[in-house]
Design a protein around this ligand. Structure first.
Ligand SMILES: *Cc1c(COP(=O)(O)O)cnc(C)c1O
Length: 223
């Protein structure tokens, strides 16, 4: 419906010099995105391929579109022409498909590997062992049209601040270890923190937060 301008300005101030704000606009109308765009926002995050494709076609071309949902391999081709950063890569086969589609478009697509940091079973992502396995595969079969530029994680959906903090710390530790393994691309992004936990995330080393409902209001999936 309407964006929260005061909240937006306050968050921008709060994040200054610390983290990039990805405004998560899934399920929200183009007018809301336009409104934030006019305040200067350029990074927007979407979870659904079709919705992202439609919005990209309709909205200004200098928007940097982040795909933050769970990406199916057969849908990579639709976003490959324009996507700025894919946050949720959690398998080597997906990475290979992104590489293939990026090559077709003569692009290099930046990706973040999603790490399973939450205690919950439902969240996607790699554990530490799988992360190392993926890097080994990447070493032997180097993909020229992708760059792994950092890690992404989602904390448990919980009020337990201690737990959430621990989960973000796990992500930061893995990031610090992994930095030394990555030789060919810049490796500098830690994407974590949402409306409910972004302050904790920043304190624990996040430099990219994904905020939706604080900016755009609650989502209504039944519309
Ligand atoms: C929806 C979503 C967000 C934003 O969530 P809010 O709680 O509305 O800020 C961030 N990250 C991912 C991966 C999401 O799916």
């Amino acid at each position: 419906m309407a964006i929260n301008t005061d909240k937006y300005q306050a968050i921008i101030e709060e994040l200054k010099g610390k983290a990039t704000l990805v405004a998560v606009s899934k399920t929200k109308p183009n007018e809301d995105i336009q409104a934030l765009y006019h305040l200067g926002q350029r990074d927007f995050g979407e979870n659904y391929v079709q919705e992202l494709v439609d919005k990209e076609a309709a909205l200004p071309k200098d928007i940097r579109w982040h795909f933050i949902g769970h990406l199916q391999s057969n849908k990579v081709k639709y976003i490959a022409p324009f996507v700025h950063l894919i946050h949720g890569v959690d398998s080597f086969s997906l990475l290979k498909e992104i590489n293939k589609q990026a090559a077709k478009k003569n692009r290099v697509i930046d990706c973040l590997l999603q790490i399973h940091i939450a205690k919950e079973e439902t969240k996607f992502g790699l554990d530490e062992k799988e992360l190392h396995e993926l890097f080994q595969l990447h070493e032997s079969d180097e993909l020229k049209n992708i760059r792994i530029v950092g890690l992404m994680g989602m904390a448990s959906f919980s009020d337990n601040e201690t737990l959430i903090r621990k989960e973000f710390q796990t992500l930061k530790q893995l990031f610090d270890q992994t930095k030394f393994v990555i030789r060919h691309s810049p490796f500098e992004i830690i994407s974590c923190g949402m409306s409910g936990d972004y302050k904790i995330a920043i304190e624990e080393g996040s430099n990219m937060v994904r905020i939706g409902s604080l900016l755009f209001g609650e989502r209504n999936y039944n519309k």
